[in-house]
Design a protein around this ligand. Structure first.
Ligand code: C2E
Ligand code: MG
Ligand code: MG
Ligand code: MG
Length: 284
């Protein structure tokens, strides 16, 4: 009897594995179709300059408008897109949309904003990235200074020399570069100063427990002063409370992004927020 139930369990197990593999194949097919049909939309999360109180940039965050499941967050499909290489095509779509949207805002006189786009490891390794970026800028007619690319430390550390070369190429185009999720990787001071960067984005995990964790506050303050030493702007991610914003201002952090200001929003809502903040300002 014990043997039998053991066998049943194995059957259940292999059956489940088979199903998981099948689901994955279906997902890959759906993702391929999503690229063909362009089912991706971008939401934009505003970034605020702490000193002036103005919104000076937005981060573009991709969502998949799945025909049956609704709006899916990147965590639900970016890993698979990376694994299958579809991220290269998706990344191209994202770059084009972000540049076009930003140019559209500029043309309509809404604001001059910097739009930040996330670049994944697979995309960064691709030789065509520089061409993709330059083509997206050109077809949108966007001045490169209004585009920023967010890279991660782990992506750079895979092939340090190659990455520095690639970063120089991108920088040559006139775009700016930021390190995303900073503090979670392993870049040393000496490597960091070799990167042609404009900004460090402090990882959300260091901000989350401010003001309750002295260690996180010390790390955050250290990153801000590291930024000052290397003449880089520092942006805090994931700021949810006034206390966190207050601490960051005191520490000399230049910019923040987080639910306290706004969640990632569809373009029309970003526009509303910016207009609202401008009228408030004019009324002061
Ligand atoms: P990320 O680049 O670090 O983006 C920040 C993430 O934190 C976003 O999640 C954002 O919604 C979330 N966030 C922002 N403020 C707060 C806050 O105050 N509290 C909390 N709890 N969360 C906050 P999202 O949109 O789900 O994106 C997750 C990750 O997916 C991004 O992390 C980025 O690594 C990746 N991703 C997003 N869009 C793209 C894309 O177009 N291409 C690539 N390759 N990756 C992308
Ligand atoms: Mg990012
Ligand atoms: Mg981040
Ligand atoms: Mg993150």
């Amino acid at each position: 009897r014990a043997k039998e139930s053991g066998r049943d369990r194995i059957q259940l197990f292999t059956h489940a594995m088979g199903e998981e593999a099948r689901n994955k194949l279906v997902r890959i097919e759906e993702l391929r179709r999503a690229v063909e049909r362009d089912e991706f939309v971008l939401h934009y999360q505003p970034q605020k300059d702490i000193r002036t109180g103005r919104i000076i940039g937005v981060e573009a965050l991709v969502r998949w408008q799945h025909p049956a499941e609704g709006l899916l967050l990147p965590g639900a499909f970016i890993p698979l897109a990376e694994e299958t290489g579809l991220i290269v095509a998706i990344g191209d779509i994202v770059l084009r949309k972000a540049c076009q949207q930003n140019r559209n805002w500029q043309d309509r006189g809404l604001a001059m904003l910097r739009v930040a786009v996330n670049v994944s490891a697979r995309q960064f390794l691709e030789r065509s990235l520089t061409d993709q970026v330059s083509s997206a800028l050109q077809s949108a007619g966007l001045d490169p200074r209004w585009l920023e690319l967010e890279l991660t430390e782990s992506l750079i550390m895979r092939d340090l020399e190659g990455a520095i070369e690639r970063m120089r190429e991108l920088k040559q185009l006139g775009v700016s570069l930021a390190i995303d999720d900073f503090g979670t990787g392993y870049s040393s001071l000496s490597t960091l100063r070799r990167f042609p960067l404009s900004r460090l984005k402090i990882d959300r995990s260091f901000i989350a427990d401010i003001p309750h964790k002295a260690g996180d506050m010390a790390i955050t303050a250290a990153i801000v002063s590291l930024g000052r030493t290397l003449e880089l702007e520092v942006v805090a991610e994931g700021v949810e409370t006034e206390e966190q914003a207050h601490f960051l201002a005191g520490a000399g952090c230049e910019m923040f992004q987080g639910y306290l200001l706004a969640r990632p929003l569809p373009p029309s809502e970003v526009e509303d927020l910016i207009l609202q903040m401008t009228t408030q300002r004019d009324g002061d």
